[in-house]
Design a protein around this ligand. Structure first.
Ligand code: FES
Ligand SMILES: [Fe+2]
Length: 410
């Protein structure tokens, strides 16, 4: 069936406030529309600037058929170069990450500068026949915000400045630019990328499925719990006052549960206190690494960032955990989880992976398992979409509205 006709029928039949129909999570046609209208249009989180500290440092980001080499150039700027040779299309970078003086195509050795210009193609018929300025690697758009790298595959990317203005000052105290990646785990999630987000956008499932996470966090409560909201806000005010006494002004205005996303906003950032007794998101709440960024004290709660369609991050005073999604098929999503610590922290001396990783490692793996079993249930011929709770799944409702708005844009 024609993908657009299928989409229009599904949108017409979708009941607001109810889960998406099965085809949204299974159909190859809808998956292609998702790629075209969301993944090839919007800003995608690629990684951290500390992954490409020196000119020539790079990592590769594959998004369906697109492959980008995210590399720091000799101009010290970060470039996103399409990983397809301008001769006959060979992938120029095979490794997932590394360091290069020049990017040399392994096929016939055309070579490119670290910002993509063609610098040599020796062996062509006649020297001087080919104008090298016309054969640099194709570029995607790149923006950096306080240590985070975003890329966009569209020819005309959507606006970014407003997001940057909101994100940059709130991200900066975390010190992402002075961090390092302490560990990376790559996961294959056997579920459509939208089911992964649906799972992420509510914490109703947390008590039953995340025994570690709920000890440190309040998110499992419904949004209309006024008494809890007052308690969280009182903690937030106390943290703010403590930090202000140290000369650090931090906005905790949106402590607690926040509503996100909406059709006109693809990013969100807030800070919220942890449950008393927990100074970091670790298994026992105790510190697992040296303080990061500008924090004068450990008890700063968590910084939380989400950007649609592929990124969320939780940061404590001593470490930060970034999750990046990439769709890999109608029922397959690749999730990369990265743990960051202060750049000067030394493994074995200042931190141990055994204490740094389990909190988010377990929580992530619990979620991937939930997503896979959710997908299996949605695949059942007996599945019919059920209603979302407005108290507990308000952000799944928002997410579904955002998604339908984005995918419907021709
Ligand atoms: S395809 Fe790259 S040099 Fe020929
Ligand atoms: Fe979860």
């Amino acid at each position: 069936m024609d993908a657009q006709i299928l989409l229009e029928r599904l949108i017409a039949e979708h009941k607001p406030g109810f889960a998406l129909q099965r085809e949204f999570q299974t159909s190859a046609e809808i998956y292609q529309l998702d790629l075209e209208r969301i993944w090839r249009r919007g800003w995608l989180f690629a990684g951290h600037t500390c992954q490409v500290k020196q000119p020539g440092d790079y990592f590769v980001l594959d998004i369906a058929d697109d492959s980008l080499v995210v590399i720091r150039g000799d101009d010290d700027r970060i470039h996103a170069l399409h990983n397809t040779c301008r001769h006959r299309g060979m992938r120029v970078c095979q490794a997932e990450a590394g360091h290069v003086g020049r990017i040399v195509c392994p096929y016939h050795q055309w070579s490119y500068a670290r910002s993509g210009e063609l610098v040599a193609c020796g062996g062509m018929d006649k020297d001087g026949d080919l104008d090298p300025t016309r054969f640099g690697l194709h570029c995607a758009h790149v923006r950096e915000v306080a240590g985070l790298i975003f890329v966009c595959l569209a020819v005309d990317p959507p606006p970014f400045d407003e997001a940057e203005r909101a994100l940059a000052p709130r991200l900066r105290p975390q010190g992402f630019e002075r961090a390092k990646v302490a560990a990376v785990r790559n996961y294959e999630v056997r579920a459509n990328w939208k089911l992964v987000w649906e799972n992420n956008r509510e914490c109703w499932h947390c008590h039953a499925n995340h025994p570690q996470y709920v000890q440190a966090n309040w998110d499992a409560a419904p949004i209309d719990d006024a008494r809890l909201r007052q308690e969280i806000e009182a903690h937030a005010r106390a943290i703010s006052a403590r930090l202000e006494a140290h000369g650090l002004a931090i906005d905790y205005a949106e402590a607690g549960m926040v509503r996100f996303p909406s059709p006109d906003c693809w990013w969100s950032i807030n800070r919220t206190p942890l449950v008393p007794g927990w100074v970091t998101e670790s298994m026992d709440g105790r510190p697992v690494a040296p303080i990061m960024g500008d924090y004068p004290t450990r008890d700063v709660g968590t910084l939380r960032v989400r950007t649609m369609p592929n990124f969320w991050n939780h940061s404590s005073s001593d470490h930060s955990v970034s999750t990046r999604l990439v769709p890999a098929g109608p029922q397959r999503t690749l999730a990369q989880v990265q743990w960051l610590v202060h750049a000067d922290a030394v493994e074995g001396k200042d931190y141990e992976l055994d204490t740094l990783l389990p909190f988010w490692g377990l929580t992530s793996e619990q979620d991937w398992d939930l997503c896979a079993r959710n997908q299996a249930g949605v695949n059942s011929p007996a599945f019919t979409p059920g209603p979302y709770s407005t108290r507990r799944e308000y952000n799944v409702i928002r997410y579904t509205e955002w998604y339908l708005h984005e995918v419907a844009r021709t």
